[in-house]
Structures are given as structure tokens and as C-alpha cells.
Ligand binder design. Structure first.
Ligand code: ZN
Length: 142
């Protein structure tokens, strides 16, 4: 089975990097919460001070200690030793996303609309997450 590009971005739009990576690495919210930044101990390198960050808005993880960097799928490839396609399927399964198999008649306009909708949903979700976090953790912990 081949996973189409648009399916990959569909999964990527729906997934929260901190949730996906948080399944494998204990993460804590940190700093400017509006950007949805999370931090934890690097899973690729033994360290005592957390320097492994996950930024939800950007959709990337980055380690200041060993320099590993990538999106959620690349994380799974690197951390779980799966293939890129398997990584997409793991995340899709986590979010209950059914990837359509075979060809679908999708016009460019449809894709654009869908992307716009996904962005809207993501924005709404981000706002909600920030509100939840703030009520959970109280004030800033800096
Ligand atoms: Zn590292």
C-alpha cells in the first residue's frame, strides 16, 4: 500500500507532535505556552538536563544537545525503527484516521478547501489546548 502525499499531510494536520512524541518521551510544557512548546530528556542521547523540545505550532522536534530534528513521522522512524509509511500509519491509528485506499477523485480545489478547514481546526485546537494548559498549570513557571 502506498500512502499518498495528501494523506500524509492529512495525518500531520490532525496530529499533535507533543501527543505523538509524548507517547514515547515524557514531556513537560515550557516557556511561552502560546507556541505550545514542550521539553523533555532526549531519547537519542543520555542527558541529565532536558534539551529535547517539541514545538506543536511548527510540528517539529528538535534536540539542542545532539541536534536531532524532524517531524513526527521522522521521530517514529528514528525512535521506533519503523519505515516512514509505518510511521504514518501509527499516527493515523492513534487518531482514528482511516486512510482511503485506492484512487479518489479529488480536484485541486477540494484539496485546498480541506487544507483550509484543517488549518481552522488546528487553530481552534491550539487555542483550546492553551486554555486547558493554563487552567491546569496555573501561572507561568519560568
Ligand atoms: Zn538529543
Amino acid at each position: 500500500m502506498t500512502i499518498l502525499k495528501r494523506h500524509i499531510s492529512l495525518v500531520r494536520c490532525r496530529a499533535w507532535p507533543s501527543e505523538v512524541i509524548g507517547d514515547y518521551v515524557p514531556l513537560k510544557p515550557r516557556g511561552v505556552k502560546r507556541r505550545g512548546e514542550w521539553i523533555g530528556l532526549c531519547p537519542f542521547y543520555k542527558e541529565q538536563t532536558p534539551s529535547f523540545t517539541v514545538t506543536n505550532v511548527k510540528g517539529f522536534y528538535h534536540c539542542f544537545s545532539c541536534g536531532s530534528h524532524g517531524n513526527i513521522f521522522e521521530f517514529l522512524v528514528q525512535h521506533q525503527g519503523v519505515t516512514f509509511q509505518e510511521a504514518v500509519l501509527i499516527v493515523a491509528k492513534k487518531y482514528g484516521i482511516k486512510l482511503p485506499s485506492g484512487k479518489t477523485n479529488t480536484t485541486k480545489k477540494n484539496i485546498k478547501d480541506r487544507k483550509r478547514r484543517a488549518k481552522k481546526i488546528a487553530k481552534r485546537k491550539a487555542r483550546k489546548e492553551i486554555a486547558d494548559r493554563e487552567s491546569l498549570f496555573g501561572g507561568d513557571e519560568e
